[in-house]
Design a protein around this ligand. Structure first.
Ligand SMILES: *[C@@H]1O[C@H](CO)[C@@H](O)[C@H](O)[C@H]1NC(C)=O
Ligand SMILES: *[C@@H]1O[C@H](CO)[C@@H](O)[C@H](O)[C@H]1NC(C)=O
Ligand SMILES: *[C@@H]1O[C@H](CO)[C@@H](O)[C@H](O)[C@H]1NC(C)=O
Ligand SMILES: *[C@@H]1O[C@H](CO)[C@@H](O)[C@H](O)[C@H]1NC(C)=O
Ligand SMILES: *[C@@H]1O[C@H](CO)[C@@H](O)[C@H](O)[C@H]1NC(C)=O
Length: 658
């Protein structure tokens, strides 16, 4: 029986993933992955030149992934006797390495297809098989497909196909996960500097708002410029301006006072996003005087540089925001800046993951240049070093304020990437992602029309974010202090001062169309759907209670006072929420490390089991797609998750755990 996994309704490009549907007849090709049209912002052009070389690589199915939930639960569920007994990178690589049978089956297929063994290389991790010097014609014959050139809104070109086939026994036989480059368009979505320099900051934001700079889709939004004299210092004014002390008051955490050498906090930025050193100093001069002159520790991945030639809100807003707040909230601990990708080619989440995990790396250096976000970068002026594979250590907490729409990518691609976050969790790393800024709609307010294409957000299916829907990350939504609320009075009377963010942005939230509800979340989701049944249909979102829902938690995302390009501005976004939440987690890790315990690692099982360590947010909505969105309610909801952090209560919980 054919088991088509049809995602027709949800994808911008209509996706049909037939990864497990093949009839296992050796030699007979079956469609392995397919999309009906390129993702939004990409237009198909001419057929690719058959002699052009492609960095063809075959991702093998990993072993033991069906035990992934169990493994991760054992180190992150507070009830487990192995809580916080984290794995080493070697433990992880050994457990999930593909089988020798997968390797030999794929090698045999390549040999039978006329590719000599001398041109086939297996990565040391055994996860990828590369065909050295493959041409477009060879790939077309091998995969029974046609490659075309596609052009992105920002002018980048990409070689891709819209469907490919492989022998049935390899598709069905748990051997091949996915093949690249084929129909995955994630790479190079971060516009290069040359593209950006043609546009001013406003257009860059508008571009992101049209979902063309997908990775930049969560660019925070800029509000009013502030006169420095008008910056508030009293907590009474946290309804109009958020400064570090407002966050400390809201979430009851003190300034940091120790710097355990084992503690670390990483912020991920994609070039050409860059912080401006003078902006940090301007911020510190006002809010953290001892830090004037301090900078984050730079971890430059694939030639990542903190470029200073181009400056505008579009280039600096995200980085300045993330780094100013993370550095001042956790001081005297330090922040590591993972700056990913060179200025010419940019980078994708996979480049970052490759840098942390050699076993995920598609290349082992020296491979041919490619269309993809591959390093060394073949383009003029690009980074010529080898791609960074497993060269960087993961920090205890990693916060990323960039994201895709789930519908921009294929399920196979997303599932594979999601498993990397699971592996980081096994090693005790907390992975945080902003949940998105468009409520139930996707980046740029896009929703999914009945034809499967984006429809500019007036109606249609809700458009969840990725990796917000990956069950192995902690997705962070946004809240705000409503105008007129004095948080000092609220806190004194034990009233929740915050509601879901409805100023400039709406907290991203909803239900995944790809991932199943994880066990740690099932009861919370079921409680929400049965207690407050939303008046929407299954055509609008997966209402079965079986889909992974997000966000998991939230933190303030409105009115942040940020020094950008020499002046103070108000900034909005889940882009602010994630680094703030990560700062609180880092302070908790500090306290655990100081008494000889390990970092908290993957947080979700502990937080869903102990929701009272969060400040429940029960008001506000996250509109989108022509609807008011979901309601924040008592208990978990798909707007603000379990709520905002209560540091003192979280500290009590996590210090008591092994
Ligand atoms: C790949 O191509 C390069 C130059 O075109 C050549 O030097 C190299 O030997 C080729 N590699 C293999 C394994 O065929
Ligand atoms: C911020 O710095 C400026 C310039 O030094 C100063 O005028 C202003 O009073 C400061 N504001 C606060 C809240 O510290
Ligand atoms: C969405 O907006 C763009 C730009 O205005 C337009 O070209 C496109 O046709 C619109 N799509 C739909 C489905 O309305
Ligand atoms: C809803 O999500 C579950 C879990 O991922 C899936 O099994 C089910 O097919 C989805 N329902 C629809 C209508 O897509
Ligand atoms: C939100 O709450 C309002 C008022 O109780 C209700 O009318 C509406 O249906 C709710 N919306 C959702 C999505 O649950």
């Amino acid at each position: 029986m054919r088991l088509h996994y049809s995602l027709t309704l949800l994808a911008s490009a209509v996706l049909l993933w037939t990864g497990t549907s093949a009839s296992p007849t050796p030699g007979h090709h079956v469609v392995h992955e397919k999309r009906s049209s390129p993702p939004p912002a990409w237009t198909k052009q001419e057929r690719a030149d058959g002699n052009m070389r492609l960095p063809l690589r075959i991702g093998l199915k990993q072993r033991n992934l069906h035990h992934a939930d169990e493994f991760l639960d054992s180190v992150s569920n507070p009830k487990s006797s192995k809580y916080a007994s984290y794995w080493t990178a070697e433990d992880v690589a050994d457990m999930f390495a593909p089988s020798d049978e997968s390797i030999s089956s794929v090698k045999l297929w390549l040999l039978e297809s006329g590719i000599p063994a001398s041109r086939v290389s297996v990565s040391p991790s055994k996860s990828w098989i590369s065909v050295v010097n493959a041409t477009v014609s060879e790939a077309e014959a091998l995969l029974q497909t046609e490659y075309y050139t596609y052009e992105h809104y920002f002018g980048k070109k990409h070689i891709a196909c819209e469907s490919y086939s492989i022998p049935g026994h390899l598709s069905a036989g748990e051997h091949i996960d996915l093949i690249m480059p084929t129909l995955h368009f994630d790479a190079k979505v971060v516009p290069g500097r040359d593209d950006l320099s043609k546009r001013d900051a406003q257009t860059v934001q508008a571009g992101a708002a049209k979902n063309v700079g997908k990775n930049s889709g969560f660019l925070p939004k800029q509000g009013a410029h502030l006169n420095p004299q008008s910056i508030i210092s009293q907590l009474e004014h946290c309804d109009t301006q958020i400064v570090p002390n407002c966050l400390r008051a809201l979430y009851t955490f003190p300034p940091g006072f120790t710097a355990h050498p084992g503690n670390s906090y990483g912020i991920v930025e994609y070039t050409p996003q860059a912080y401006v050193p003078a902006d940090l100093d301007m911020f510190f001069a006002n809010f953290s005087k001892k830090q004037v002159g301090q900078r984050p520790i730079l971890a430059s991945i694939d030639g990542g540089i903190v470029q200073q030639e181009a400056q505008s809100f579009g280039y600096n807003g995200e980085s300045d925001l993330d780094i100013e707040y993370a550095m001042s909230l956790i001081y005297p601990q330090t922040v590591t800046l993972y700056q990913v990708g060179d200025e010419v080619e940019g980078a994708s989440f996979n480049n970052f993951l490759d840098a942390l995990d050699a076993s995920y790396c598609a290349y082992e250096g020296g491979d041919d240049p490619s269309q993809d976000a591959a390093y060394p970068d073949p383009l003029p002026g690009g980074y010529k070093g080898a791609e960074d594979c497993g060269k960087f250590k993961a920090t205890n907490v990693i916060s990323t304020s960039y994201g895709y729409n789930e519908a921009d990518l294929t399920p196979a691609y997303e599932v594979r990437q999601c498993h990397e976050y699971m592996k980081l969790g096994l090693q005790g790393v907390t992975v945080l992602y902003s949940s998105g800024d468009n409520g139930v709609a996707g980046n740029g307010d896009q929703c999914i029309g009945s034809d499967g294409n984006y429809n500019n957000g007036t109606s249609g299916r809700f458009n969840p974010s990725f990796p917000g829907g990956c069950p192995y990350v902690t997705s962070v939504g946004a809240t705000q202090v409503p105008t007129g609320t004095n948080i000092v009075l609220s806190l004194a009377t034990g009233t929740q001062p915050e509601v879901a963010c409805e100023t400039v942005i709406y907290s991203g939230g909803g239900f995944s169309n790809v991932f199943e509800v994880p066990s740690y979340q099932a009861a919370a989701v079921s409680h929400y759907l049965t207690t407050y049944p939303p008046p929407y249909t299954a055509a609008q979102y997966n209402n079965s209670g079986k889909a992974r829902a997000f966000p998991d938690v939230s933190a303030n995302g409105a009115n942040y006072v940020v020094a950008i390009d020499g002046g103070f501005s108000l900034v909005y976004g889940t882009s602010a929420s994630s680094p703030t939440f990560g700062s609180v987690v880092t302070l908790i890790n500090e306290a655990r490390l100081n008494i000889g315990k390990k970092p908290v690692g993957f947080l979700n099982p502990a937080l869903y089991a102990h929701p009272w360590v969060m400040n429940d947010v029960t008001q506000g909505t996250n509109p989108g797609c022509g609807t008011p969105g979901f309601n924040a309610t008592a208990g978990w909801d798909p707007v603000t998750g379990l709520g905002t952090p209560n540091y003192l209560k979280m500290l009590g919980l996590f210090l008591a755990l092994p």
